[in-house]
Ligand binder design. Structure first.
Ligand SMILES: Cc1cc2nc3c(=O)[nH]c(=O)nc-3n(C[C@H](O)[C@H](O)[C@H](O)COP(=O)(O)OP(=O)(O)OC[C@H]3O[C@@H](n4cnc5c(N)ncnc54)[C@H](O)[C@@H]3O)c2cc1C
Length: 435
């Protein structure tokens, strides 16, 4: 029996999986192709690069995202330790300085003598491998996965938001505030009046897009819908979406603006801001032209423009067995976005479970299978439940069984879900830690 496990891809999932194996004493080959060869979204050769937003979403334990983090912390998630280390203020969200974050992950992994680092593009899948090559997996690896999964593959398109230099924002036309006073000065708000808002929307919907025809033929993933596609749905769509002004009062007028573009710190120093909810597929020149119509951004310098990207994943319910392993070869695991979860933390979560389970398979131990009422268990159940329109999924309580009692109040309902998950996860984790 092999004693080594190969992990392909040093992204969110691959790094988490390699860590879970290495800390249990398993020799690991961590194969990463960057910086030699990159993907359309990665910009660096760093491990666990965050390719778009610097937010790992809510930390509030009374949300599904917060509960997922609580469960992962309990299992000593490397990705969350790195996030705690690199955090930047963002209200109740866990946002990070992306460089500090990646450096922490890489430094930790490199401190393990039982991890060998291999810089190459993998193009085949051997037994005892965790494949964590992400949503931008290249042709050769796609072919290898296809071979292992009888071609059960799906693709769609996704979009990312631009980043501007903090110094280039006009602070006379913006104000710091969290919605409803929460989060202090974590967000920089760029207000618009009625006229400014509608001329912005008019230009946005008519601006030139990349891959317009290809893109329009495909499904847009709702959780990351390009801002221009959202605007296509009606002239007020953005005012009720990412540009909603509720809970924000402009101190210059003492009134709620007609619409607000929120900027969030991109790094600890606060030298860059991302445009919250502005994933886009506009051509770069058009992004500059149209987004500069936001009054506070009239002279904005764009550090990075938004881009469209492919999203590749397996048809998980058809091909995954226990613990993110393949039905066709239980020694091969698929982790990260490729496995049919969606999001940074969810990708790390599936890497965590794949890492623990690859270790357990090696040692002949039963699979680590969290109860369905927990957030980790909900994700596992989702990727294994038959679904003819299968799409990668964020953590959310709809993935767990309904509560036994009906609770009308939304906040109280979420809290009840979290309490149940925590009640079920704690003894489960304790029991498992004894093994
Ligand atoms: C452009 C884009 C924007 C996104 N924005 C967000 C966002 O804002 N928030 C969010 O929560 N989620 C976002 N996602 C979704 C998802 O959370 C991220 O893609 C996340 O990084 C997925 O983690 P992963 O570990 O599965 O893949 P990745 O983090 O992409 O890691 C895969 C790694 O494998 C390497 N690799 C690939 N093929 C090979 C090979 N053949 N051999 C060796 N190495 C290989 C890659 O270089 C990479 O390092 C986005 C996805 C994309 C593509």
């Amino acid at each position: 029996m092999t004693e080594r496990i190969k992990v392909v891809g040093a992204g969110l999932a691959g790094c988490e999986a390699a860590y879970q194996l290495a800390k249990r004493g398993v020799p690991v080959d961590l194969v990463e192709m960057r910086p030699k060869k990159s993907t359309p979204a990665h910009k660096t050769g760093k491990f666990a690069e965050l390719v778009c937003s610097n937010s790992l979403k809510s930390e509030d334990v009374n949300t599904a995202q917060g509960q997922l983090k609580r469960e992962m912390r309990r299992l000593d998630s490397l990705i969350l330790r790195a996030a705690d280390y690199a955090r930047v203020p963002a209200g109740s969200a866990l946002a990070v300085d992306r460089d500090l974050f990646s450096d922490y992950v890489e430094r930790t992994l490199r401190s393990y003598k039982n991890i060998a680092f291999i810089e190459e593009e993998a193009d085949r899948i051997e037994p005892f491998t965790i494949v964590a090559t992400g949503p931008l997996t290249g042709e050769a690896m796609c072919e290898a996965i296809k071979e292992k999964t009888n071609g059960e593959f799906l693709n769609f398109f996704d979009a990312v938001a631009p980043i501007v230099e903090a110094d280039s924002v006009d602070y006379d036309l913006a104000f710091f505030a969290g919605r409803y006073g929460k989060g202090g000065e974590d967000y920089l708000n760029c207000p618009m009046d009625k006229e400014q808002y509608y001329s912005f929307v008019r230009e946005l919907v008519s601006a030139e897009r990349v891959l317009l025809h290809d893109f329009e033929k495909r499904d847009v993933f709702n959780a990351c819908m390009p801002v221009e596609v959202m605007a296509d749905r009606g002239e007020d769509a953005l005012r009720f979406g990412p540009l909603r002004p509720v809970g924000l009062i402009d101190p210059r007028t003492d009134r709620r603006p007609y619409a607000v573009v929120q900027l969030r710190k991109e790094n600890v120093e606060g030298t860059m801001y991302n445009l919250v909810g502005f994933q886009t597929n506009l051509k770069f020149g058009e992004q500059k032209r149209v987004f500069s119509m936001i009054p506070a951004l009239h002279d904005a310098e764009f550090v990075r423009y938004g881009v469209m990207h492919r999203n590749t994943f397996i048809d998980a319910p058809k091909v995954l067995g226990e613990g993110f392993s393949l039905q066709s070869d239980p020694t091969v695991f698929i982790a990260g976005q490729l496995s049919g979860v969606e999001g940074y933390v969810e990708s790390a979560a599936s890497g965590l479970l794949a890492g623990i389970n690859a270790y357990r398979r090696l040692r002949g131990l039963p699979v680590f299978d969290p109860p369905a009422t927990t957030m980790l268990g909900g994700l596992v159940k989702y990727v294994r439940t038959e679904n003819k329109d299968f799409q990668p999924m964020h953590a959310g309580y709809p993935l767990t069984p309904e509560l036994s009692e009906k609770i009308r109040d939304k906040q109280r309902r979420k809290q009840a879900y979290s309490e149940r998950a925590e009640r079920d996860f704690a003894p489960f984790a304790e029991e498992y830690e004894k093994q």
